[in-house]
Design a protein around this ligand. Structure first.
Ligand SMILES: [Zn+2]
Length: 339
């Protein structure tokens, strides 16, 4: 069982190949032409499969690498390699499911830790002198609050964020990057690795000012271990209003895709109803994820707006009801809604 992935890869290698005594099998690398290099004709692709079911691939021409280890998920890179070697979508989908089953067999706690250790973000302090809106609400404050703080509180309330779950901050700093903004901490494995901030006064630009390392995925720390799916959205308010994750951008890069897949759940993308949203859907198709086009997309531009109008439970239910995993249907809907 642990060797399912390794056996499959070995079965689709090109017929023309050589195996060295140390266990490397070399063949013409299928990756280079997809990475802007000319096709390999000198057998520079190398694959090694070990007894424990792990496989690694390395191209000595374009330097593409991909690996799999039982207990981990099938990464996007590894799936690309399979595709370039000629595997079809059905086989790849089957292996993704097998990898999840194997993951449950191997000690899940141990594996989870390994997955998380692979990606690190540098710890960063929050700006000095911030006030937690949550704490302010739970304390009995009798003094008169500064007008801007009241506006910040009103803003967060108007976006219907559950303050018992999410800590949102404010500062009286007049520094441009923080003035008239609410600050949302970015948490990774229990530590603060930066923040993103949203202007709450109309006309303040940019709308978001952020300070964190690239590739971060927002709100992975609030995903329940036994939940079957994870909803991927663009902005932090979308994510907070339905406990999904956010890529904080209108595109999801490969590292972010790996972070999301490492959660080991069905991934459902809900894109904003604008031109940028179409990009997220293209990403979803590329990674083989599901996409949902909930009914309220007709009247609301994003998840948060829908939650404000219709409430969290309704929005969640409609997202699940409308989830679509057929590439063809996802593509048809994308054309209908975004053109
Ligand atoms: Zn290559």
């Amino acid at each position: 069982m642990l060797n399912i992935v390794a056996d499959f890869v070995k079965s689709i290698l090109p017929a023309k190949k050589k195996t060295t005594p140390s266990g490397w099998t070399s063949f013409n690398a299928p990756c280079c032409v997809h990475n802007g290099e000319s096709a390999d004709t000198r057998g520079r692709g190398g694959l090694t499969a070990n007894q424990d079911g792990s496989v690694s691939y390395h191209c000595f021409n374009c330097n593409f690498k991909a690996s799999y280890q039982p207990g981990r998920h099938l990464t996007f890179k590894f799936r690309k390699l399979l595709k370039w070697l000629g595997a079809d979508d059905t086989d790849i989908k089957r292996l993704v499911i097998e990898a999840i089953r194997i993951r449950e067999l191997v000690n899940p706690e141990e594996v989870k830790q390994e997955e998380e250790e692979r990606i690190e973000f540098k710890a960063r302090d929050l700006p000095q002198g911030t006030i937690s809106i949550r704490r302010l609400q739970s304390a009995k404050i009798t003094e008169i609050l500064p007008g801007l703080l009241n506006s910040a509180i009103d803003y967060v309330k108007s976006r219907r964020i559950d303050l018992t779950k999410y800590d949102i901050l404010w500062t009286d700093s007049t520094e441009h990057s923080l003035h008239q903004r609410v600050i949302i901490p970015c948490i990774w494995q229990g530590k603060t690795i930066g923040y993103t901030s949203r202007a709450f006064v109309d006309g303040v630009k940019p709308k978001y000012y952020s300070h964190y390392e690239p590739n971060f995925v927002f709100n992975t720390n609030n995903q329940l271990p036994d939940s079957k799916f994870v909803i991927v959205c663009e902005g932090p308010f979308d994510a907070m209003s339905i406990d999904g994750v956010a890529v904080l951008n209108n595109e999801c890069n490969e590292t972010q895709a790996d972070i999301i897949e490492a959660l080991g759940k069905e991934v459902i993308v809900v894109a904003d109803r604008d031109r940028a949203g179409a990009k997220m859907i293209k990403n979803a198709l590329e990674y083989g994820w599901s996409v949902s086009y909930p009914v309220w997309l007709e009247t609301s531009k994003d998840i948060n707006e829908a939650v404000v109008k219709y409430g969290k439970l309704f929005v969640l239910k409609t997202i699940l009801d409308a989830k679509q995993s057929s590439k063809l249907k996802i593509e048809l809907m994308r054309k209908k809604l975004y053109n």
